[in-house]
Design a binder for this molecule. Sequence first.
Ligand SMILES: [Zn+2]
Ligand SMILES: [Zn+2]
Length: 238
Amino acid sequence: MIACDCEVCTSPDKKDKRLRPSIMIESAATTIVVDTTPDFRYQMLREKVKDVDAILFTHPHKDHIAGLDDVRAFNFFNKKKMEVYANSLTEEALKREFSYAFSDKKYPGLPEINLNTITLDPFSIGDIPIIPIQVWHLKMPVLGFRFGKFTYITDANRIDEEEKQKIRGTEIIVLNALRKQTHVSHFNLGEAIDMAQELKVQTAYFTHISHQLGLHKDIEAELPEGIHLAYDGLSIEI
Ligand SMILES: [Zn+2]
Ligand SMILES: [Zn+2]
């Protein structure tokens, strides 16, 4: 957190350095990034990513879309438009926030984006099948995504019963857990643990962690078996 001197913000432990939440999914043939946070550019540089086939968006909040302009580098080196998959709610925000990229007056250096509108219907990108899952972020519908045995859900504080059905059978889940105290639009730590246990997933990782949650090593030690805090740079093989 900018201007904060708390023990998390001043911790020397790398696992306490929390950029905004995003994941990259890679198969043999396809690379997908979920959300372009304000840290997208640095995350792509850090992981030395050379090509991304598609960007998938969960919801239109600024901390999940702000980095989209930086797909320009991928456009330039890979000589193709970036395929973007978003629901109509997020598309509207992208067209508003990045109006210059969608205007008829094109000029060199603009990010080149091809919008693909998604609904709750399953779809595929390359060789990766995707099932959208609608979760609630207070009153905003947010998309989670299931990729085979792996499910990614961020910015939720409630999941309807039918949507839980789509998650069951997942072996690994990522869920948001903001802090210990209750929050109006995010699961807190206790709620995220309850959800992981209710869904009976073998392994859960928590993301979208605030500095208010405390030190990684302290919280990790308190968590039930099979439940972990995620951290920046974490890589999981499925
Ligand atoms: Zn949000
Ligand atoms: Zn968020």
